[in-house]
Design a protein around this ligand. Structure first.
Ligand SMILES: [Zn+2]
Length: 286
């Protein structure tokens, strides 16, 4: 019996590992396709979501946690998406839910340090080691896994386009988070939207939330159960329209909401040296 149990656990772990590798390779391919996708920046300004929700009387929560390096979170979306955002949030209210926006627009600085922060990088490194059965992962593997999970240049990080939000969903009475198998910022086999490693109930909730968001035109990133976006390269690529994205990576003036297209948006935000140093540091901490 003991032996059978061990074998079963072993084969389940192999299944999880194979799934993770396949999903992360898929996510990396996706990022390359997004990077190549044409963009015709429309120049639309960004609008504050907390202000818009307050003005519309829609109940929405916003993450109270600071962003990387203690920076304030920038809960902004492009002006043309705000009506749809409010309608989705209102639908959730009607359903007995409240949307909690975990993250919105990210500056280049936020996107860069997002990959390196202590809550993220060690998890990504640990998963890469796990994939290899504990060996020190080569730089290229860590780079690709980071690219799949945290966009490595402004072009593929559609948070830099002001067209993406990361969300959780709470019960309207504030009692609990709607179960999606894990809370926001999980780095595991549970992270892809269609993961078979979450309960039936969690999968059902994911599907319901995604359908609700889709009814307002927001498309999910298939590799993270919390990310929704619209009008950007993810959206056009997933829709297979071949149309250029109207929202590309931009710098923001938070005082006015005005945007300016980022030039050289495919340049990596993190150098190989930075990633290599973090791998060595992580391995030393063993
Ligand atoms: Zn996201």
């Amino acid at each position: 019996m003991e032996k059978d149990g061990t074998d079963a656990r072993h084969s389940e772990e192999q299944e999880r590992r194979a799934y993770w590798t396949e999903q992360m390779d898929g996510a990396y391919e996706f990022m390359l396709a997004v990077q190549a996708h044409p963009c015709a920046e429309c120049g639309e300004p960004l609008v504050s979501l907390p202000e818009a929700a307050r003005a519309a009387g829609v109940k929405v929560r916003f993450s109270p946690l600071p962003h990387v390096r203690g920076l304030p979170r920038l809960f902004f979306l492009r002006k043309g998406l705000v009506e749809d955002f409010l309608a989705a949030a209102e639908d959730m209210n009607r359903r007995g839910w409240v949307m909690r926006v975990e993250d919105g627009y990210r500056t280049r600085e936020m996107q860069k340090y997002n990959a390196l922060r202590p809550e993220v990088f060690p998890m990504v490194l640990a998963k890469a080691r796990w994939e290899l059965g504990g060996a020190e992962p080569p730089l290229d593997l860590v780079r690709r896994r980071l690219a799949a999970l945290i966009a490595m240049n402004p072009r593929v990080g559609t948070h830099c386009s002001g067209s993406a939000i990361d969300i959780s969903v709470l019960a309207r009475d504030g009692s609990a988070e709607v179960d999606r198998g894990a809370p926001y910022l999980e780095v595991s086999e549970k992270t892809p939207m269609a993961s078979p490693f979450v309960s039936e109930q969690a999968a059902g909730n994911r599907a319901e939330i995604t359908a609700l968001m889709a009814s307002h035109g927001f498309r999910t990133y298939p590799y993270e159960f919390w990310h929704y976006n619209k009008g950007d390269a993810y959206d056009e690529h997933l829709a297979g329209t071949g149309a250029p994205a109207r929202y590309g990576p931009v710098d923001l003036d938070p005082a006015t909401g005005a945007v300016r297209a980022i030039e050289n948006a495919t340049e990596p935000l993190n150098s190989e040296e930075e990633i290599g140093a973090l791998i060595r540091q992580g391995m030393r901490q063993e």
